[in-house]
Design a protein. Structure first.
Length: 282
């Protein structure tokens, strides 16, 4: 792997993520972020996105061909989720998501250096149908990953408000929770993410179902990936319908989001993990 003239740099993005997290943790607790501090952090995140993107590109587009697997998939999902966060944080009050998104990206960024993935057919990669499907699928899962982390944050906030979490007064966690927008605002932001994410997921699932031969070079097969993808789409779509019809919200909505996301990961990452790591098949 080669980046900026240095070899063996698969560790570089995770090291930068860790450095940024250490920098953020050094900020005095309870202190309001200044515009200069926020701008510096945003610039650092943009730099990491660029480095992570280059390293990820080098791990996928190798001299042997297009290599992909569960590790590359997770790293790409984390990169897309962080890119969405970086862009939306300029306009929406979602800075509280920063720690979760960065920690997720830190873990996922190092995986391609540990798991090499499998070589994908050059014919499939060159097909425009496959490229379109791949791009839309990656963006949809990345956006829904951001929504799932937002739902986790809402769950923590809700439990803290109802005193179901033992949090020390004046601690970093206490100040972090105090900086969160009200739950109603958090819920509105969550569903804004879900509307776009589920629309893209619908396009992904049905393009795969209708154009399986063109995308993957084989007729539609209801394997584990297809079944889990359909279940996840049904869960996410059912959540939005319930929101529209009966105003579903609160803890039930959060649990619904997290359950649907777990099924989504089983479809797009879990199946590859089982094949590559447990069954050791290409």
């Amino acid at each position: 792997m080669d980046i900026l003239g240095y070899s063996g740099s698969g560790w570089l993005p995770s090291a930068l993520y860790l450095l940024l997290l250490v920098f953020l943790s050094s900020r005095p607790k309870g202190k309001i972020e200044s515009p200069a501090f926020t701008g510096l952090v945003q610039a650092f995140i943009l730099l990491i996105l660029l480095v992570h993107g280059i390293v990820l590109h080098d791990s996928v587009f190798t001299p042997e061909g297009f290599v992909f697997g569960f590790a590359q998939d997770l790293s790409l999902i984390a990169w897309v989720g962080l890119a969405f966060y970086w862009f939306q944080s300029w306009f929406l009050p979602i800075s509280s998501l920063r720690w979760l998104v960065l920690c997720f990206a830190l873990i996922c960024s190092v995986l391609p250096a540990l798991f090499s993935g499998t070589l994908i057919s050059p014919k499939a990669v060159s097909d425009p149908w496959f490229k379109g499907h791949f791009i839309v699928a990656t963006i949809s899962v990345g956006l829904l990953s951001l929504a799932a982390m937002h739902a986790m944050l809402m769950s923590i906030q809700d439990r803290a408000l109802h005193r179901q979490l033992a949090i020390l007064p004046n601690s970093r966690i206490a100040h972090w929770l105090e900086d969160l927008p009200p739950l109603m605002t958090m819920e509105s932001l969550l569903f804004n993410l879900l509307y776009v994410g589920v629309a893209l997921l619908s396009l992904t699932v049905f393009s795969g179902l209708l154009f399986s031969q063109a995308l993957f070079g084989k007729p539609l097969v209801f394997d584990h990936k297809t079944i889990f993808a359909l279940i996840s789409w049904l869960l996410f779509s059912g959540l939005l319908i319930a929101r529209w019809r009966v105003g579903l919200r609160g803890r039930v909505a959060v649990r619904w989001v997290l359950s649907a996301y777990v099924v989504l990961l089983l479809a797009y990452v879990g199946s590859r993990f089982v094949l590559e790591v447990i069954l050791q098949r290409v």
